[in-house]
Each structure stands twice: as structure tokens, then as C-alpha cells.
Design a protein. Sequence first.
Length: 498
Amino acid sequence: MRRRALLSTLATASIAGCSGLADDGGRTTRPPLDVETTRPTATESPFAEPRVEPSPATVSEVGPDRRLVSLRAADVPDGLALDAGFVRTATESRPALLWVGLRNVSESDRTVEFGATPPVSTYRLRGDGPPLYVVPVSADDPTDGLRLWNACWKTRSRDVVETEDATRSVTIPPGATVGGRYGVVVMRGADACLPTGQYEVAGDGGWTLGLSVFPRRGSEWSGSQFTDPPTPGVVALDGTVHWFHEADAGTQRYLEPNDEQIGLTNGRLRTTLHNYGPGSVVHDGAWALIYQYGDDWKVVAPLARESTADENTVVRPGERDRTTFDIDARPRLAYGDPASIGGLSPGRYAVVFPRVQVWRGNQRRSLDLFAALVELVGDGPELAPSSMVQSTSRSGETLRTHAAGDSGPSNAVVTVERTGSRSAPALIQPQVLQFEALRDTLSYLDDGTVSRVELRTPDVRRERLAIGVETLGLPTVPGGGYRFSFGGDGYRVEGLSG
């Protein structure tokens, strides 16, 4: 039988060779956490998630606060594994008790420099919130040096004294554990029993144990205005699709819009990726805006620029990550920010985050998709040439246009001509209005007497359209160029190669 002995001391290092927790009478109790894998150490995860219980622990059963805590480890030395978990919740007779054990998973002895109360001898946690402490406790009296005040466990004084000059070298045999129990408490005079935030235990030997403290969600849940709406047929790469309108008060992770109805004049859509789950989620910054067009759905942004961020965003348990989109019916010349989107029509859209990693313990469990529906309301745009068109001239059915700008000389020539074929993939107006080169050509082809437009324009606009036709998957035509349909007519665009 696998067992781990609890050897909790205040002043001397102890070594355990079995693997169960012992209660006050020496009887074996349940292990402090559910081990999901038998061998991996905390250092195998790029985001330092330890082997911890499969859901956040409720660590307060008393007082007004109901807090959840999720754990994560980092910088665990090679050959060692950090085991951590809550073995007792806070009650009126004891504080929340955290077990921390440093285990030798190698086949040889490991020597570690410990402090006075191994494996944690620094009691104040580093963090972004009010002071939080882990104080070593004994099995005989887990309240020694602590007090229950207004249903909160606190230190008896405003300072927690740490033993100085107590460093000693301890050799841990293979399979053995140095561990102890620690009460999780706040400082005397603190307003909250367990403040929310991101904290970190500085362990003996250089490792760290992060604590994400966050409240249960539920009372503030308002839900979605959409009850049973049609949605685009999006598919997660190797995980689950999460729609906001399908979430409820018990949903752990979801993408929430600031409003489900946004005006099209200087509109601002803010989406928030919430994480109330046991492990971190990691977003690479990728997103898509999809428009409902009849029974179909069309991607309208980003079409000419990759939306991923320079760095992944790690959303710890209890944290949230916001993304802001500036939207408008008026077309925009926004070369630098793909989240500034113009040329949009009124109607229903879906904001989609297609690649969100969901981590649990040392493993990436899935690559999920998060999405939310929104309605854009207001007057739609018209298809018209941009203000950058300076001159036009005509020769028969061919119209030549010249568009200038502050993005370089107009050295690129893009040609769009009407064809007899209507079987090409259809573009819709919000897609067309993402590209100045299409605006400055197709708007002139509404005239039945013009069949071909040659546009001289800055190269950056040609390049944007070249990226866009690849993103949209437009088919090529013999001799060069791409074909598409718009407004019931077939077209061919040429001159996109650099």
C-alpha cells in the first residue's frame, strides 16, 4: 500500500519514507492530494503547474469569505518533486492546513539546504495582495501562536518571527519526503480572512509554490440574452467549444463580452476570458470575428494580419484577461492594429478565441475554443472609393485610378475586372471593406459601362490584399491572379505578387 507519513516539525528536519498522512493518533488518513501521474515532477511543465488535487480547494468553512485556492510549483530542483495540497479546511477549531512535502524521485541521495521549519521556513508569502502567511503548526496544537478573531484565523501579533541562522543540510534518501503542515492565515488587523490574489511561497532550497486565491463565482452571474441561437460550425482543434450563451453560474471558464449589443459608431467591444478552474489557461492572442450572412457565417477579421500576440498570456486560476476591439461601420486605414475593425455591417457576429490551452497539473489537457455572440446595431456602410483616390481616367471600358497616401509611393498596380463566371467564392461587403485596394476598384465596377479597373496604389495596400486572398482561400486562375464573386458578379484580381 502506498503511504506518505506526515512528519510535521517546528525545529528539526524529518524524513518520511512512506506515503500516507497520519492523524493525531498516528493512524493513516487520506493523502493530501490526488496524484494524476505517477512520475512527472513539477519542472516538466512550462507553466510550473504541480501535481495537486484535481479541483481548487475550499479552504474556509467559517466567516464571510468562501475562497478557493489553486496551487502551482516552480523551480523545483532536478531529482525532487513538490507535493502540496490542503489537508484541512478552516473551521472554528483550526485554520486551513496546507501540506507541503519535498520528495526525492531520483535513485540516489539528495542533499538540500533547509531552514528552521523544513521545507518552508519563510512564512510571509510574496504577492500582489494584503499580507498572507503560512505558519508551521504541530499536530498536537494547530492553533499555537494563532487566534480566531471575527471568524478569521490570524496571527497573534503583527509580526511573524522567523528563526535566524538555522540553516542545515539534510540528505533525503530515494523515495523519501521532507514535509510539514502549515496554517494559512492573515496578519492581525487584516480585513479579509483570506485575501484574493496571486501569492508565492518561497521554499527552502529555492523552489516556489504559487497560491491563486479567488472567490467562488455565482452570485454576480447575469447570463446571456441569447437563448438558443444559431452559431457558426467552429470546431476546437483537440478540445471543447465553449459558448458564452451556454455557460451558467457553475461554468469554470468562459469568454464574456462587456455587452451583447454594440453600436456601430465608434463602438468598443471588450471581451474577458475568465478562469475559475483548477489550472491555468494560456491564450496565444489569436482571435477571429465572424459575421452571420444568411444561413452562412463569414470571417471578416483579421484578414490581412495575424492576430496572435508576441507572447502567450497565462491566465492563472481566479484571473481574467481582457481584449478590446474598436469597431465601426466606417472603413478604417488601420495597418498596425488588427483589433481596430471598420467597414462592418449591422447584424450578428461571433468573437472566437480558437486556441486556448487548458492546463491541469503537469499536462496540457486540451486546446479549447472560446466564443461569444454579439449584435452590432446602427447604420451600415456604403461601398465607395477611399479618400485616398486622387484621380481617375478612362479608356473604353477600362478605368485607371491613382490612390496616394502616407505609406509610400504608389508603385503597385492592382487590376480587377469583371468576368462571366459567378461560381467563384463569394465575398461580402464587410470583407471587401477591409481592403482599400478592393474598395478603390469594385466601387467603380458598379457602373455597367466599366469592366476593368487598374489601380495604382502604395505597395502596403497591395500586400494587404495579397495576404487577404490567401486568408480567404480564393482560387487562382490560369495566367495568374485570383477569382471571386461579389454582389452576384464574377471578378478576377491581378497584380498581387510582389
